[in-house]
Design a protein around this ligand. Sequence first.
Ligand SMILES: Cc1ncc(COP(=O)(O)O)c(C=O)c1O
Length: 357
Amino acid sequence: MDHCLAGHRRWSGRGRARPFPRRRTGPRAAAPPRALPGPLRDNGPVTSSADPASPAGPAGPAVLAPRLPSPLQELADDRFTRRGLRLLLKRDDLIHPELIGNKWRKLAPNLQAADGRTIVTFGGAYSNHLRATAAAGRLLGLSTVGVVRGQELADRPLNPSLARCAADGMRLHFLDRSTYRRKAEPETLAKVLAAVGAREAHVVPEGGSNALAVRGCRALGAELGAHADVAAVACGTGGTLAGLAAGLPPGRRALGVPVLKGGFLGADVRALQEGSFGGRRGDWSLDERFHFGGYARTTPELESFAADFTARHGVPVERLYVAKLLYALAALAAEGAFARGTTLAAVVTGRPFPDEP
Ligand SMILES: Cc1ncc(COP(=O)(O)O)c(C=O)c1O
């Protein structure tokens, strides 16, 4: 049994206070949307996600208190307006100061399921997911282990992203790339858990995309359902898209923009939906043309697009995912891919790190 570090608070589902009290599952009165100054508006109450394990509500420890539903911000951008399109930003980057964007939606149900056990998870050297998990560990007093792709990194100084993880108390364990690729195989996983001394850990896969996380992302679709015809999101593992699509009401569709090259994501999203809901859910598709060479690859054109977007709208643009999503939407609008009168929502799933635009 792996124990929390001395002095750390332990969440116990068996104690008096549940980490995330169950949400009411019956009909609930619609609270009036809270008016916000400027173009940022809360988009009304979450209207679905009856999953009692889903923490998509104000319940939970105060340090994790989310701003949900996340605000919707309408932008006046002539690349869209001249084609008769409305562009909304779904500001998931404002849900929580440290569990940013889809990280809160994916991690919160896993933190609940961990029930005080060590969390072991996986990621690359610049993983947003590792940083968010480390931050959650610090906030909640949970022990966290980050298994990092690339044994060679063990002998180098930590990059700023991994240094942030370590500063938040995450233990880092570096794995050679070939073993890392096999990390989901039970034998390999068991060896990794033994090596990090956490056999009883709650294991969260790379990118945080397990069934709990996918189900947690349904609330995103439910929040957007009344407001957008097309809800678009950048994809890494596809977990956010899988949940978002499942949460959309009929007649709305989800569009995923993979930031990795390879054409495998359709199968992954289908598998995630199968594992989370027992089959395909919602109307979703992918546009695989906007990876810009692959994960963390960029071009001067993408860089200047992102800088210009921030200059026009004052919105910081995360480069690995969000920049590719926004670029894709502008390109699709220019191609005439959306009918006039369509409302598009781009999910802002991240914020630049460290704090650069
Ligand atoms: C900022 C950001 N946006 C989007 C994604 C993609 O999410 P998913 O892996 O669920 O496709 C990630 C991945 O974790 C991310 O860090």
